[in-house]
Write a protein that binds this ligand. Structure first.
Ligand SMILES: CC(C)(COP(=O)(O)OP(=O)(O)OC[C@H]1O[C@@H](n2cnc3c(N)ncnc32)[C@H](O)[C@@H]1OP(=O)(O)O)[C@@H](O)C(=O)NCCC(=O)NCCS
Length: 178
């Protein structure tokens, strides 16, 4: 494959990111969204992440976006502020070539640099071997499975939760405390 570049995502990347996610919504069970968000909605989501201080990366080959990953607040209540939830999506034709691994590794490093302490993966579908595999490879451990909490394509779907410490994890408490 031509040279892969992983860099911070820009608004100009969002049309291709929207296409990649649209495919995942329409054909996959990793996301429990049923209707693909349009470019305006994806732009709003991107801006909210930027405003919140979260990292968002694009993977490109020859300047074309082929995948993306970002971290977002795990939950909105403020005591969760050191915990992020990650998302990664690749164009289907380039799965299993190590790109998801590189994107996730980059996201982890950036989240550590920004001071986050825990990363949680909420994986749609316990049959999602690719997602479970790439999270296992990057040091996530299995927390548990919520069976049959989603319904998509006429099938009940599980949620698999995996988690990884970032940086000092729970060994220290950040200076900023409430
Ligand atoms: C999940 C996803 C991001 C993984 O990215 P990828 O580039 O396909 O995965 P990689 O090639 O980087 O795999 C890295 C490692 O993860 C594991 N892995 C990846 N795919 C796997 C699979 N289908 N089965 C088992 N293990 C797998 C392997 O350990 C692999 O290393 P190896 O190839 O040296 O054995 C990608 O498949 C994808 O976009 N899937 C659809 C959307 C999705 O599920 N996103 C996750 C939402 S939580």
């Amino acid at each position: 494959m031509s040279k892969l570049d992983i860099r911070p995502a820009e608004e100009a990347d969002l049309p291709l990111i929207t296409e990649i996610y649209e495919h995942a919504v329409r054909h996959g069970t990793a996301t429990f969204e049923l209707v693909p968000p349009d470019l305006a909605e994806m732009t709003q989501r991107y801006r909210a992440l930027m405003d919140g201080g979260f990292p968002y990366f694009a993977a490109t080959v020859e300047g074309r976006v082929i995948g993306y990953a970002y971290a977002a607040a795990y939950r909105a209540r403020p005591a969760y502020r050191f915990t992020v939830e990650n998302s990664i999506y690749l164009q289907p034709s380039i799965h299993r070539r190590g790109i998801g691994l590189q994107l996730l590794q980059r996201l982890i490093v950036e989240c550590e640099a920004r001071g986050f302490r825990q990363m949680i993966a909420v994986i749609g579908d316990s049959a999602n071997a690719g997602s479970i595999g790439v999270h296992t490879r990057t040091g996530f451990t299995l927390i548990g499975t919520h069976p049959n909490v989603g319904l998509k394509f006429g099938r009940w779907l599980d949620i698999v939760t995996m988690q990884r410490s970032l940086g000092d994890g729970a060994i220290t408490v950040p200076a900023e405390q409430i």
